[in-house]
Write a protein that binds this ligand. Sequence first.
Ligand code: NDP
Length: 298
Amino acid sequence: MTAAQIIDGKAFAVGLRERIRDAVPAFVKQTGRAPGLAVVLVGEDPASQVYVASKHKATIAAGMESFEHRLPANVAQEELIALVERLNADETVDGILVQLPLPEGLDEKAVVMAIDPDKDVDGLHVINAGRLANGEDALTPCTPLGSLMLLKDTLGDLTGLDAVVVGRSILVGKPMAQLLLGENCTVTMAHSRTRDLPEVVRRADIVVAAVGRAEMVKGDWLKDGAVVIDVGINRLAPEPGKDKGRLVGDVATAEAIDHVRAITPVPGGVGPMTIAVLLRNTLVAASARAGLEKPEGL
Ligand code: NDP
């Protein structure tokens, strides 16, 4: 087989962010304001703080308005919901993202359900999950939508292809399967109770691995010529003398490379797409709220 293509999610994300930045001025011209993204961070979780800081930076760089709201870990559920409701009512806010996970004691589901579905740029509200399942316009979770963009960029039309999605979370696996169905793939959803997972994966032209288990999908599970999207982010134990372990995906990339047509690396594959699609969702939500067409190419 010819050498596998390494799908450059980082470069695709840069291009998408440029297209968004280029589309923002037309929105500003028509509405007199920039699209606005509000991010709510509860508590001091270090990883969440890093994510929120990079979302803020990326939002500003795209020419949008970024509103950050920080609440202490011991905030009352009612107070957090009251903030979400104020953001729902705020005309300058087009997208609302509550950084998950929330500290213990807070009801994540209730908080997500309080978000106006038309501002739900994380796509986690059941109304958006339902719209997606019904094949209607929906705000769709960023990671699976970014994964689909990479697949379409690699393969073009996905019609008729066999796709296996390993993992069935609300955040990744389920919306991924719906998106692939929407592209006319024949979709199988696999999970921890699937019988003979290697055999199921071997049938697939497209494999999306979203499990959270380091290098679980082995090279000989993959059909020759498959295209693989590795969503997993797993940190291995540090090697002697190092303070941090290596990041790896859910797929044993070094083995897979001998079988596949194309694969996303970890890091530098799906990861960079997530924030780029968040910006895309914010502009799409803002355009819909303003009664404007979805900007072209997004
Ligand atoms: P969840 O833990 O919510 O879901 C994991 C899924 O994998 C479950 O459906 C589970 O099945 C399934 N699973 C677990 N073990 C096995 C197994 N042995 N065989 C088959 N299936 C199994 O994780 P997420 O969906 O939130 O995330 C998955 C991965 O993607 C993680 O590594 C996460 O860090 C990464 N991620 C990356 C993002 C990015 O920006 N690149 C964004 C979001 C996530 P069951 O339902 O039966 O328990």
